[in-house]
Design a protein around this ligand. Structure first.
Ligand code: ATP
Length: 520
């Protein structure tokens, strides 16, 4: 649940993402069919995105890998036994009483401020204010992830001197009496910001033919509640025994005050959440366990290195359900727009017994557990929740893969880990002539049974290589005149552009071997 948090985590040495410009990533995503603005032909709609032919493949790959780690082959637990986790696909719209009990109707809100002059609205906890050291002159408000150049430009335009003449505070730490000295981010006038107001992030709708308070319902702002609502159904209908997990992937909706940074913060997005139910005495063990497992997961699909860090939430930013327990540890990624700082990718929270207790009380149903393994002790389980953004994960994978390279015609390639690459190989006849195309088609028909592969026939070979580089295809196999003579093909490696000749019959085996090497 949204809570005020620090603008950035402590700086780490720069790896790569500081020099990458988000504008280039967004442009590539559109050019090659990963992500489009929703309703593009009508000028878009702020905070909504469509996933194109390659974006949906990338998203499905990430979704399937998560489902495999959680549900199909869950990890081996600390005692050497495979864990029990089952899946769920609950409804986006639930009885509105569920959202009252969960605390979302009353408390799922962010503080916002309005600019009276421009009518723009900002997340109060996402604004910073530059205050002149000498106490003289205007205070300048900016978004927390404003780049250094943006800050310099603003000081030059309406401030004085340089950054050294200012100290930086968060807006929420200031007294509202001082708001009259502040110039809002998109204006030149002082004192136009209103006091912060809480703004509920849930989208509402009406179920049935009339629209009144009586039939108001909400689009879920998180997938987690559907799991708590089905706790009893799952325990009664399946053979799970404590400790166990219920996992769900699906859409969530939040009417974010300021959707920003491409698909990082959108109003419709997808989550991958697993609620791990356990005895209250065991929460520390499972919190540590799940944090490690989730870190390993992201590393195993290519987010290794110092772009990924752990950050423990401060006490004052904990969600209502986590206040009592171990808190939340985030897995954060260094996105180009947060660099050199980090942005949240996943949170591993100790939700205590907050949700089950709240739903038990509000529904009048028993949501506790009779544990035969503990002398029939009856207790309300505690919950450890690894909650990740699927669409935010897609953005991290794209940012990590984006590799500028002036030595190739495309100027850039996507260095996807093979497990997530939308296409694993492209089959390219050197020419569209009759001798090359049938052989290429034959190879394509064989490979497509085992791998997602592209058959691309037209255009000069350089342009076709450039396209595959930009969509992150690990291998290109080219069919030429020699193939007719000796049944060999040229394989071109995406990252090194190295080329070698291999026997056409061995292509599938070659791919398996090479991808296994790349996955190490
Ligand atoms: P934030 O503080 O950034 O608003 P949060 O802490 O409220 O996020 P959670 O409620 O813990 O987020 O949601 C779990 C995950 O869902 C987040 O780690 C993130 O990956 C993803 N997520 C949350 N809000 C959004 C959003 N508006 N757009 C895309 N992904 C999101």
């Amino acid at each position: 649940m949204s809570q005020p948090k620090q603008a950035e985590s402590p700086n780490m040495p720069d790896e790569n993402n500081e020099t990458v410009d988000m504008k280039d990533i967004v442009a590539l995503c559109k050019r090659r069919g990963f992500v489009f603005p929703a309703s593009d032909i009508y000028g878009g709609i702020n905070g909504f995105w469509d996933y194109g032919p390659l974006g949906v493949e990338l998203k499905n790959n990430l979704r399937d890998l998560w489902w495999k780690q959680m549900v199909t082959t869950p990890p081996i637990g600390p005692d050497g036994e495979p864990l029990q986790i089952v899946g769920l696909d609950s409804s986006i719209i639930q009885n509105p009483k569920a959202w009252e009990a969960s605390g979302h109707v009353g408390g799922f809100s962010d503080p916002m401020v309005d600019c009276k002059e421009t009518k723009k609205r900002y997340r109060a906890d996402h604004l910073i204010v530059l205050i002149p050291n000498d106490g003289d002159g205007a205070w300048l408000a900016l978004h927390e992830d404003a780049e250094a150049t943006e800050i310099d430009k603003r000081i030059k335009k309406i401030g004085k001197g340089s950054k050294e003449n200012y100290k930086i505070e968060t807006l929420v730490s200031l007294d509202t009496k001082d708001y009259e000295k502040i110039i809002a981010p998109d204006t030149k006038e002082k004192g136009t910001l209103t006091e912060p107001k809480e703004f509920n992030l849930m989208f509402d709708t009406h179920v049935g033919a009339t629209a009144s308070e009586d039939n108001k319902a909400y689009l879920r702002p998180e997938t987690a509640q559907g799991i708590f609502l089905n706790f009893k159904n799952v325990v009664d209908s399946s053979r799970v025994r404590m400790p166990f997990g219920i996992a769900q992937i699906g859409k969530a909706f939040r009417n974010e005050v300021t959707p920003r940074n491409f698909i990082f913060r959108s109003r419709e997005f997808e989550q991958m959440e697993m609620e791990w139910f356990c005895h209250p005495d065991e929460v520390k063990k499972w919190h540590d366990f799940w944090f490690e497992e989730r870190m390993k997961f992201w590393e195993s699909i290519g987010l290794a290195g110092s772009n990924l860090i752990k950050r423990d939430h401060d006490k004052d930013e904990l969600s209502h359900y986590a206040k009592e327990g171990l808190g939340t540890a985030d897995i954060e990624y260094r996105f180009p727009f947060t660099a050199p700082g980090f942005g949240e990718l996943e949170g591993v929270a100790h939700r205590c017994d907050f949700d089950l207790k709240a739903h038990a009380e509000a529904s009048g149903q028993k949501l506790d557990y009779l544990d035969p393994a503990r002398d029939n002790e009856r207790y309300v389980p505690h919950v450890i929740e690894p909650a990740a953004g699927l669409t935010r994960g897609v953005l991290a994978l794209i940012c990590e893969a984006y590799t500028p390279d002036p030595n190739r015609p495309s100027g850039v390639y996507l260095n996807f880990h093979p497990s997530v690459a939308p296409k694993k190989a492209a089959i390219l006849p050197l020419t569209a002539k009759e001798e090359h195309v049938p052989l290429a088609t034959k190879l394509y028909m064989e490979l497509r049974e085992d791998f997602p592969v592209d058959l691309d026939i037209k255009q000069n070979i350089g342009k076709r290589y450039a396209r595959q580089d930009e969509i992150g295809t690990p291998f290109c196999f080219t069919i030429d005149n020699d193939t007719i003579e000796d049944q060999t093909v040229t394989v071109r490696h995406r990252n090194t552009m190295k080329q070698e000749r291999i026997v056409m019959d061995n292509v599938a085996e070659y791919m398996r071997k090479e991808m296994a090497l790349m996955e190490k």
